[in-house]
Write a protein that binds this ligand. Structure first.
Ligand code: ADP
Ligand code: ADP
Length: 226
């Protein structure tokens, strides 16, 4: 089970800026939660706290029944997909996906199974020997997702993963992510400022503003209200 629960979570940056002012969110096991809201409302700060990339000023972050406030990122059983993909340019697609697993000392046979499975799901199988610069933007984004998938984490975190793609590709990748979610059924938290993207992807939508949650619910309930 991998519920993610945020209880009265707060973040004050050094210098005194209060970026998150007491947020409560409950993401059920296997649910796809989207944090949406205008630039500067605190989405990325909140996601980075779940990832352990930012310290928590107050409240609790609970992943799979364990408070992780003091737990190192590598021990949280999460995998994050970043906006800029963060691929290693000198490594092949295969090695980009294998790298983190090798660091953990996983046997090569198991790594191969995982990378090939992810490549099949993401339709990257013919591209495993290419370098990132020999891929399109959409393919690079898929490699970034592949790198998260091979970790087999309890929770996926997405930080505006599609915002560097052109409009057409963004829509196509949105559909891909939705399919991937149905297939893997991994609890996910996804940050975007794009309302349509949020609507399409979310089981549970968290609308943020000024460091607070404005509304929580399923997308149809939220956007169909007069
Ligand atoms: P969003 O992801 O919704 O665009 P962020 O979480 O990036 O919002 O930022 C929320 C607020 O916190 C913004 O006002 C931003 O300027 C501020 N902020 C972000 N990072 C820092 C930081 N390291 N130090 C001080 N303020 C920050
Ligand atoms: P490791 O497998 O030992 O975590 P990596 O080189 O993959 O080694 O990662 C280095 C650091 O970056 C670790 O803290 C790891 O948790 C984090 N990290 C790497 N990839 C991801 C990812 N996709 N999502 C979240 N954290 C990651």
């Amino acid at each position: 089970m991998a519920n993610v629960t945020l209880r009265n979570v707060r973040k004050t940056y050094p210098g005194g800026f209060e970026a998150i002012k007491g947020v409560n969110v409950d993401v059920g096991d296997g649910q796809f939660c989207v944090l949406v809201g205008p630039s500067g409302c605190g989405k990325s700060t909140l996601l980075r706290m779940v990832a352990g990339l930012e310290t928590v000023t107050g409240g609790d972050i609970d992943i799979g029944g364990r408070v992780v406030n003091q737990v190192e990122p590598a021990d949280r059983d999460i995998a994050m997909v970043f906006q800029n993909y963060a691929l290693y340019p000198h490594m092949s697609v295969y090695n980009n996906m294998a790298y983190g697993l090798r660091n953990r000392g996983m046997p090569e046979a198991e790594i191969k199974t995982r990378v090939e499975e992810a490549a099949r799901i993401l339709e990257l199988a013919p591209m495993l020997e290419r370098k990132p610069r020999q891929l399109s933007g959409g393919q690079r984004q898929r490699v970034a997702m592949g790198r998260a998938i091979v970790r087999q984490p309890k929770v996926f975190l997405f930080d505006e993963p599609l915002s560097n793609l052109d409009a057409k590709l963004r829509i196509a990748m949105r559909v891909e992510i939705r399919k991937l979610q149905r297939r893997l059924n991994t609890t996910s938290i996804y940050v975007t400022h794009d309302q349509l993207e949020a609507m399409t992807l979310a089981d549970i939508l968290v609308v943020m503003n000024g460091g607070q949650v404005e509304q929580v619910g399923n997308p149809l309930d939220i956007y169909e209200k007069p």
